[in-house]
Write a protein that binds this ligand. Structure first.
Ligand SMILES: C[S@@+](CC[C@H](N)C(=O)[O-])C[C@H]1O[C@@H](n2cnc3c(N)ncnc32)[C@H](O)[C@@H]1O
Length: 393
């Protein structure tokens, strides 16, 4: 039987020592997972089934980390990355893996993570939804500039990897790189400059410096091609019911709010969002008094306002997920449906655990009706997941 702990009696490897390992699979966070004398080894930039000569960079009681010194035998899905700086740039960590295998690994990671936190929980697991584009999909990026170098931070470093292009970014943005570099040079500012470049809703390209005080435009879905399918899925999974009220928690500027208001034409819809810039943008776009945006932290909002049993809740939190309070408050409110859109499998699995733990405590029948992973961020380990939750009223 495989054990997480280092085999009893086996000598722990020293940092700097070498070993040959075979990668079993990829983990949340993107590293390859191997075992060396029973000890789990995480190897960044690996591909499944790679046989590697590695050097240990960190050794703990239950796991270790190592870097690749030599690829002894590449796994079948290993490929030459499409981007020439992929192995040093901190932006993408899965370019060395075929896109089909990236999707297979994400599908597996989401399933295993939900199951690990929720033993015995049954649900329909749909095949991962591929992205219409695997390259040239990003419409918002945050490049850096210092001492004439324009690019992204190197992996685990604040060194800038100079770039002429970025193959995951839409050409409308990459075509502007030389203009942006000239603009930066003309500013004659010293030290590190952080920028944001994005394609705005009217399709024009915007760019500017960002700082601690001004952190840019705020959240928007970076893959607009796949966002269409994400919205369609959320709408389809909520369909077949009428709702008294729709609550779009973590609404941003209304990515889900507006399509839901269009599909359910009589229910009032409230977006709850912390970032005032996004609230203002949502409010400015709204032409219908049924649609409201409230500037608030979701947990504080739910302490004052409770959804009811005839309502729909859309929940799209940041990577940290929702919270124990939010999941339990939603369970107790017993809305007709909850559509949870997640950008981190671990926080999703933990939130589900809180939800079903409370359901058990209160003897309320709740179910995880279906789950589907979405490829929103090809060439990276990041994955989006949509789930449908139901509570018996
Ligand atoms: C994953 S984004 C989703 C936004 C939107 N649903 C969309 O699809 O564009 C999460 C959003 O939650 C907001 N947010 C973060 N923490 C929050 C909190 N505690 N309460 C309310 N909103 C929060 C962020 O500003 C961000 O807009």
């Amino acid at each position: 039987m495989k054990k997480n702990l280092h085999q009893r009696g086996a000598q722990a490897p020293l940092v700097g020592s070498k070993a040959t390992v075979k990668i079993d699979k990829l983990a949340v966070g993107g590293a390859g997972v191997a075992r060396h004398e029973g000890l789990v080894v995480f190897v960044p930039l690996a591909a499944p089934d790679d046989e590697l000569l590695v050097e240990f960079t960190l050794v703990k009681k239950n796991f270790s980390e190592a870097r690749i010194l030599e690829i002894i035998k590449p796994g079948p899905a290993r490929r030459t990355p499409p981007c020439p700086v992929a192995l040093v740039c901190g932006g993408c960590n899965w370019q060395q893996i075929s896109e089909e295998e990236q999707r297979r690994q994400k599908e597996q990671i989401v399933l295993e993570t939900i199951q690990k936190f929720n033993r015995g929980l049954e649900f329909e697991y749909l095949p991962i939804q591929a992205s219409p584009r695997s390259l040239r999909y990003r419409n918002r990026i945050q490049p850096k500039y210092a001492n004439g170098r324009f690019g992204f931070f190197a992996r685990n470093s604040h060194e800038i990897v100079a770039i002429e292009d970025c193959p995951i970014t839409e050409t409308a943005l990459t075509d502007k790189f030389s203009e942006v570099k000239q603009w930066l040079q003309s500013q004659k500012k010293s030290g590190l400059q952080k920028l944001e470049m994005y394609i705005s809703e009217d399709d024009s390209v915007r760019y500017g410096l960002i700082s601690e005080e001004d952190d840019g435009v705020g959240f928007s879905q970076v893959n607009r091609f796949q966002n269409v399918d994400l919205i369609r899925t959320a709408l389809d999974w909520a369909s077949g019911e009428e709702y008294r009220h729709i609550w779009d928690l973590y609404s941003g500027a209304g990515n889900f709010t507006f399509p839901f208001a269009e599909r359910w034409t009589s229910a009032p819809i409230t977006g709850v969002e912390l970032n005032p810039k996004l609230v203002k943008r949502g409010q400015a776009k709204s032409r219908d008094s049924r649609i409201q945006f409230v500037e608030s932290d979701v947990e504080s909002f739910l302490k004052k306002t409770k959804p009811q049993s005839q309502d729909l809740v859309i929940l799209d939190p940041p990577r940290a997920g929702a919270s124990e309070y939010i999941m339990q408050a939603l369970l107790e409110a017993r809305p007709k449906k909850i559509i949870y859109i997640s950008c981190h499998p671990v926080s999703l699995a933990r939130d589900l655990q809180w939800f079903f733990k409370k359901a058990q405590e209160l003897n309320i029948k709740a179910s995880l009706r279906r789950v589907q992973a979405f490829e929103m961020f090809p060439q990276t380990d990041h994955v989006e997941t949509v789930v449908e939750l139901r509570v018996d009223s």
